[in-house]
Design a protein around this ligand. Structure first.
Ligand SMILES: [Fe+2]
Length: 203
């Protein structure tokens, strides 16, 4: 597969796109790129002897949210990638990429091959840690929110969200990374809460 050509295609289709009114232009493209990086790192860690799926994992990750905006985006995305990639990759790999895009939201609903499960986990991981803080602050800035509404979100909704996605992760390695990201966010939010109240903090 010509990865450079596919990445360029992905950039053309997603980099200038306003995907969501509370997220920056090009979010879907950049998120896909990060998910690809995360998925390859997990693959090396969890399946060190199976590098032959790396291209499929990468392209599936890059394009997994290409259908965003038209729901169900995973089904629409699968249709799109079958169309877009037909001249870019052999039928067997196209089938595997379509499985990733079409299955990335259906975590634990049916058995999936490891290359789909890795992207499912990576997709979750990219929404947590510093990325989670970025998304929350961006949401506040774009929706007229304040530090108070952001702290309320962390108090009232964040815990349940982490618990929900944690249970959907496929691999214990992914759970360890999620827990680490979660710890970082909690520490950050605790400090935010103190400093938002004018407290001086020293560690
Ligand atoms: Fe995603």
């Amino acid at each position: 597969m010509d990865l450079d050509a596919i990445r360029e295609k992905a950039r053309e289709m997603m980099a200038d796109r306003p995907s969501h009114r509370y997220r920056e232009v090009g979010y879907v493209y950049n998120h896909g790129q990060r998910v690809g990086e995360i998925a390859l790192q997990l693959r090396e860690m969890i399946f060190p002897t199976e590098p032959e799926y790396d291209q499929v994992i990468l392209v599936g990750a890059w394009l997994h949210d290409i259908g965003k905006g038209i729901e169900p985006h995973w089904e629409y995305g699968e249709l799109l990638v079958r169309q877009i990639l037909k001249d870019y990759c052999p039928p067997e790999q196209l089938e595997q990429i379509a499985q990733i895009v079409g299955g990335h939201t259906l975590r634990k609903q049916k058995p999936f091959p490891f290359y789909v499960k890795l992207v499912q986990d990576s997709d979750i991981l990219d929404h947590f840690g510093t990325q989670e803080i970025w998304l929350s602050f961006n949401y506040a800035a774009r929706s007229g929110g304040t530090i108070e509404t952001t702290l309320e979100y962390y108090e009232e909704k964040y815990n349940a969200l982490v618990a929900k996605v944690r249970a959907l992760l496929n691999y214990e390695e992914s759970v360890r990374y999620l827990d680490d990201k979660d710890r970082f966010v909690r520490e950050f939010v605790e400090r935010l809460r103190l400093e938002a109240g004018g407290k001086l903090v020293q560690i």
